[in-house]
Design a protein around this ligand. Structure first.
Ligand SMILES: [Mn+2]
Length: 340
């Protein structure tokens, strides 16, 4: 792997390196960027590098404050090389995308499934789809370069692994081995968990509880579909209802003149029934509601301005087609947009 770095730097005798990741970066993205910058600073001290990311999520701000990290949101120099971490498409870079032109040397370090267009913008790639987090790939790089991560870097690599493995639920044996080695470098486990824990806003908790209070259950074959409504935090409410036991959750809400529907589904229901919330449901009911919809197979949404009832009816019709006959309906969905 060091050869790829040498080739990258030698390709155009690169001097000024911009390190970046997806906008609204999560801890794996942020910590990977810091760790790769430190590796470059140690191994190629004559090169200048900065980290620029278009926005960070809330947990990242806590990490930045705790470790006193320096991140910019727009570069203060003209870079001749760019290193992208934890991101597989240029569109996700936000405003940093403009820093990459046809002539820019780009190296990509990532653990996502490569996008078909990846090869078009990244001439140098270190991709490992089996890695739980990009920080796992970067830990491997430290080993290959024979550099022992400092305690701070060990903490950052640890945070990336904890975050992307959902506090180790998705971890495999290798993750645990790395976690163990990072602990030996001085990581304080409970401090890391504390850093990754964000208290939820009271209003969001209330919305989730109201969604649970108001939900209607529909059973299609053995699948449990729930529909509810809130005035804000539709997506969060969907996640809460999935955690409560639903296979599919639809939560609608209205703000000013906009009607929104958010939906979430479990991996099990999408895998076994081939249900794709974006393609099968939201892209279809968005136009019914004079708006549009989209997203992913397990997380999608739509917004519009009218015909909520028709949109929800169509969603249930599609769910019946995909999941099977309705066996036990609690009662007809009672549309209500007036309560908070
Ligand atoms: Mn990641």
């Amino acid at each position: 792997m060091p050869q790829i770095f040498h080739k990258f730097f030698e390709s155009k005798n690169l001097q000024n390196i911009l390190i970046t990741s997806h906008e609204n970066a999560d801890p794996d993205a942020l910590c990977s960027a810091i760790a790769i910058k430190t590796l470059i600073d140690d191994f190629y001290p004559e090169k200048k590098s900065i980290i620029c990311i278009d926005g960070l999520n809330q947990v990242c701000h806590k990490i930045i404050d705790y470790f006193q990290l320096e991140i910019q949101d727009s570069p203060d120099f003209q870079s001749d090389g760019v290193i992208i971490v934890d991101t597989n498409s240029l569109d996700q870079l936000g405003k940093i995308k403009t820093q990459i032109t046809g002539n820019t040397s780009v190296m990509l370090i990532d653990h996502h499934v490569p996008h078909p267009r990846t090869k078009q913008f990244a001439q140098f790639t270190i991709i490992n789809e089996n890695a739980i987090a990009t920080t796992e790939i970067i830990y491997d790089l430290y080993q290959t370069f024979n550099i022992l991560p400092s305690e701070k870097i060990a903490c950052l690599l640890f945070l990336g692994l904890l975050y992307d493995s959902r506090h180790l639920i998705l971890a495999n044996n290798k993750t645990i081995q790395i976690i163990n080695q990072l602990l030996d470098l001085g990581v304080n486990y409970s401090k890391m968990i504390e850093l990754l824990t964000m208290p939820m806003d009271r209003s969001e908790r209330i919305a989730r509880l109201k969604a649970a209070q108001r939900l209607i259950i529909h059973e299609f074959n053995s699948w449990i579909v729930v529909i509810s409504h809130v005035s804000a935090y539709e997506a969060s409410a969907c996640r809460a209802l999935i955690n409560l036991g639903a296979d599919v959750a639809l939560v609608y809400g209205k703000k000013k003149d906009e009607i929104r529907i958010s939906a979430r589904a479990t991996a099990e229901v999408t895998e076994k029934t081939n249900l794709n919330l974006a393609r099968d449901i939201m892209e279809k009911i968005g136009p019914i509601m004079q708006g549009e919809g989209g997203g992913h197979d397990r997380a999608a949404g739509c917004s519009g301005i009218e015909n909520l009832e028709a949109g929800l009816e169509e969603a249930l019709k599609i769910l019946k087609m995909k999941l099977g006959n309705e066996v036990n309906s609690q009662k007809k969905t009672n549309l209500n947009l007036t309560h908070n």
